[in-house]
Write a protein that binds this ligand. Structure first.
Ligand SMILES: Nc1ncnc2c1ncn2[C@@H]1O[C@H](COP(=O)(O)OP(=O)(O)O)[C@@H](O)[C@H]1O
Ligand SMILES: [Mg+2]
Length: 234
């Protein structure tokens, strides 16, 4: 299968600081992967590097075979990369309707389809961003990214800080997104249960390097191995 997104020998960070080292990662069209790892290992930096928010020290990022090196962030978004940042980045003084419309582009993802996924957003259309709960903000951030009609969706810890019942609801939505064969997804998750159930393939990062890239199932079956790989136990 053709790679939708590929990182080859990528080292990247912030200014002179190198965070990611020698990352090789390929995502096929329609494929979904989870990325797990402790705090500070470089998960957000990985997504930021795909979006063009970091300093690339070496290597290449390609989308459908085209190099993204040097391409500004907004062009990457236009090229089909949707981003749901860890901070959600909802515009607090814009309504839900305005937040959703801000980067919407025509395509398979319509407002109606987003409301079908998140009925709550349809009920809150005229509320301001700062009047939403954490879960609603996360729904809005995901809905807004879907309305850009991306071919690749990057999600950075969407369940972070949410109540268990909201995490369960969001997990069901993630499963529906994963079933959409038109969408490739990289899901960064601290919640390893959510991550390992989300996709058949999991990537584990430790200290800026990939220490595991393979099937999720053996990790689900062996919590001790998972804990060792993540570096929770020696
Ligand atoms: N804007 C930044 N400038 C400098 N260093 C940063 C910046 N953002 C993150 N870092 C550093 O990069 C490393 C990886 O951070 P990050 O990618 O956010 O990790 P994770 O998402 O896995 O928690 C950390 O050591 C962090 O302190
Ligand atoms: Mg992070």
């Amino acid at each position: 299968m053709a790679s939708a997104l590929q990182l080859r020998g990528v080292s990247a960070g912030y200014g002179e600081t190198v965070v990611l080292e020698d990352i090789d990662l390929a995502l096929a069209c329609g494929e979904c992967i989870s990325v797990v790892g402790r705090n500070g290992v470089g998960k957000t930096t990985l997504l930021s590097t795909v979006m063009g928010h970091t300093t690339l020290h070496s290597g290449e990022v390609t989308l459908d075979g085209q190099s993204l090196n040097g391409m500004p962030c907004f062009r990457r978004a236009l090229a089909g990369i949707g981003f749901v940042p860890q901070e959600r980045e909802i515009f607090p003084s814009l309504s839900v309707r305005e937040n959703l419309g801000i980067a919407a582009r025509p395509g398979a993802w319509t407002h109606a389809r987003v409301f079908e996924l998140f009925p709550r957003l349809a009920e809150r259309l005229d509320n301001m961003g700062n009047q939403l709960s954490g879960g609603e903000q996360q729904m809005l951030s995901i809905g807004r990214a879907l309305l850009t009609n991306p071919t690749i969706l990057l999600m950075d810890e969407p369940t972070e800080g949410l109540a268990p019942v909201i995490v369960e609801a969001l997990t069901a939505v993630l499963a529906r997104l994963a079933a959409d064969s038109a969408l490739s997804i990289i899901l960064v998750e601290q919640n390893s249960r959510v991550a390992l159930n989300f996709s058949p393939r999991t990537v584990i990062l430790d200290k800026g390097r990939i220490v595991y890239d393979g099937e999720s199932a053996p990790l689900r079956a062996d919590p001790d191995r998972l804990a060792k790989l993540i570096g929770i136990v020696e």
